[in-house]
Design a binder for this molecule. Structure first.
Ligand SMILES: [Zn+2]
Length: 250
């Protein structure tokens, strides 16, 4: 079934990355797509001197004399923001050197094209290094793509392409952002261990209350934990000072 990938922004949002929807993206493209069956990664080759977060947006939406727009479906800006540019077919892949190597793919009509803002010397911002695997995983999850469905333009057409230089999209590890339940479990652990220390030191808190952590009023509770640690640290300092005094006096 051919369609414009109007779920592209929703797919990208699963990455948790900041998303910028470029006006008109839902109807931009050279006709509908099918699949998608894969994702192709590129660098823009726009010079570093070009200002802004995603200076290639103009050429991608307007095209070049030799290539009609759009030139990508998605963009990955210097800040790690994902630009949603076109839901329809984009001119990015060109012919594969060896079609037999990619039996699952047609080309632009079933491969999402991502242009990473980079001059093409193999340099990417820290934000882009962190964002790329998250975007990869979000698209894989949403479109049910296996890991090998993420390919570099240079793999598709090694005779004429080098992009994205220095970036092996399948090898990148995504730093697992801690899940909320994991974070809450860790906070609960910290709170209950604090209670034990405080109790041993003779503090008289409402312990049941002190050990409780919930997602509600989380900033307030984090401040509370920090204040209690500060109190304990001050107490420790006082104890050390006393001991030190004892040593010198003795
Ligand atoms: Zn390319």
């Amino acid at each position: 079934m051919s369609r414009y990938l109007t779920d592209l922004a929703a797919a990208c949002r699963k990455s948790g990355l900041p998303i910028q929807e470029v006006p008109g993206w839902r109807t931009r493209g050279r006709g509908p797509m099918h699949g998608p069956h894969g994702v192709m990664w590129h660098h823009t080759a726009t010079p570093d001197a070009a200002r802004g977060d995603y200076p290639s947006l103009h050429v991608i939406t307007r095209g070049r004399p030799d290539l009609s727009p759009p030139l990508a479906n998605l963009g990955l800006a210097r800040s790690g923001t994902v630009l949603v540019i076109a839901a329809g077919k984009a001119h990015h892949a060109g012919r594969p050197d060896n079609r037999a190597r990619y039996p699952w793919a047609v080309g632009n009509s079933d491969i999402i094209g991502i242009e990473i803002e980079s001059a093409g010397h193999g340099h990417y911002t820290d934000a882009q290094w962190a964002a790329a695997p998250r975007l990869r995983d979000a698209l894989s999850e949403h479109y049910k793509l296996k890991p090998d469905r993420h390919i570099a333009h240079r793999e598709w057409a090694p005779s004429r392409k080098i992009d994205p230089r220095g970036l092996d999209i399948r090898a990148l590890h995504s730093e697992d952002p801690m899940s909320t339940p994991d974070a809450m479990a860790m906070l609960r652990d910290i709170a209950s261990r604090l209670v034990v220390i405080e109790r041993n030191l003779g503090y008289t808190h409402d312990y049941a209350k002190m050990a409780r952590v919930s997602t509600r009023d989380l900033p307030e509770q984090l401040k509370n934990l920090r204040n209690r640690i500060d109190t304990l640290a001050a107490r420790l300092d006082a104890l050390e000072a006393t001991e030190l005094k004892g040593t010198t006096d003795g």
